[in-house]
Design a binder for this molecule. Structure first.
Ligand code: ATP
Ligand code: MG
Length: 366
């Protein structure tokens, strides 16, 4: 009825395997939830990963990257598959994903781990421990030991062969991830836990000092610090104590995978990768699942929830994001389940039908 007041261009990168199936569902949900909030989307679909390799010979064509850079947000399906496993490194689909992250300069990776009331039984933890878990890991994505120099192979003083890497963080790298984390905590429940190894590592001492300094800009957020070994333990002992966690690249890699297993359902988990300015990259945490690709079996909800993160963290459209989150909960409450989260007494549906039920839930909202 009302004319759209807000217009956004979204780059869609379906990619490989189940990517196209889940992106198709998420796009329809995004369209409908947006229209109810006066938002109009222009979608531009581009090839990436194995699909791009087959089409153009490279996993991230220049046209795809420039389209992504010029848009307001990027929604990615999944990348990779058996067909390209033997390719050389620069011709691997996954290289396209790394190039995309680098090209968009997304240094902050946000991974929520939420135990939905309807899926408590999927958790690997006891019900009492899992119930009500709702946390977010903010991982630094472009620095630290994965990229630090010097790195390489050499010989030690005894002439023995060594391999080495260096954990390096500069002040500006810590400050900017800290700000993303404080902003994220502010949009959630106002608690931030910074995870480091400041009792052993110099880069962690600087990390702790900078996060503490940045905290003065966010007096409304409650900051705590934890050593990574303790954090790994606390995540399985009492995950409910966490709201937002911020940590470096390698600790975040490990802790975010640990946190995802608390929820137990890989087909449900979204992610966001954000930069300083420019479009964010939003994608499910699962891979291309070639074993079920093209069979209408994939759970599209991780990608649907990634679309909600796109609205919330990418465009600042929180109302439209809430519509999608509420619709996912409603669909699960009405008993619809894809194979990966199915249990007795529920209605087993495919990817498309799950998508249709989510659309119904969006429509039925008042
Ligand atoms: P990648 O290397 O791309 O991360 P992977 O081998 O780690 O891939 P996934 O592709 O994530 O793994 O799949 C792991 C398993 O989980 C597969 O057996 C797949 O069928 C299942 N799976 C992954 N995503 C989904 C989904 N959205 N819906 C249903 N099942 C899924
Ligand atoms: Mg994987």
């Amino acid at each position: 009825t009302s004319t759209p007041s807000k217009r956004y261009t979204i780059t869609l990168l379906p990619g490989d395997g189940i990517g196209p199936e889940v992106i198709s569902v998420a796009t329809n949900v995004l369209k409908l939830a947006g229209s109810l909030e006066g938002i109009e989307f222009k979608f531009q679909e581009m090839p990436v990963g194995g699909a791009a390799l087959d089409l153009t010979g490279v996993p991230l064509p220049e046209e795809t990257l420039s389209a992504a850079k010029q848009s307001d947000a990027v929604l990615l399906g999944a990348i990779g598959g058996y067909a390209w496993d033997k390719n050389e490194k620069h011709l691997k689909p996954e290289t396209g994903l790394l190039q995309l992250r680098a090209g968009l300069k997304v240094f902050a990776n946000l991974r929520p781990a939420t135990v939905l009331p309807q899926l408590v039984d999927a958790s690997t933890l006891k019900k009492e421990v899992a119930e009500g878990v709702d946390l977010m890991v903010v991982r630094e994505l472009t620095g630290g030991i994965y990229f630090g120099k010097p790195r390489g192979f050499g010989k030690n003083e005894n002439g023995e062969e060594i391999g080495f890497n260096t954990e390096v963080y500069a002040t500006h790298e810590i400050d900017r991830i800290a700000r993303v984390a404080f902003e994220t905590a502010r949009k959630r429940h106002g608690k931030l836990c910074s995870v480091d190894k400041a009792n052993v590592l110099e880069a962690s001492i600087l990390w702790r000092n900078r996060v503490t300094a940045i905290a003065s800009e966010y007096p409304d957020v409650e900051l705590s610090h934890m050593y990574v070994d303790n954090a790994a333990m606390q995540l399985v002992r009492n995950p409910k104590q966490f709201d937002t966690i911020v940590t470096n690249n390698i600790f975040g890699d490990i802790l975010s995978d640990e946190a995802s297993m608390i929820t137990g359902s890989i087909g449900m988990l979204p992610s966001a990768s954000l930069g300083e300015s420019g479009p964010g990259l939003f994608e499910p945490i699962h891979g291309s699942a070639p074993d079920i690709a093209g069979q209408d079996k994939a759970n599209p909800l991780a990608t649907v929830l990634s679309a909600a993160m796109l609205l919330k963290y990418g465009l600042g459209e929180e109302d439209a994001a809430k519509r999608i989150e509420a619709a996912v909960l409603d669909t699960l409450s009405r008993g619809y389940r894809t194979g990966d989260i199915h249990s007795a007494g529920n209605k087993l549906v495919g990817c498309k039908e799950m998508g249709e039920e989510v659309l119904k839930s969006v429509e039925s909202q008042v």
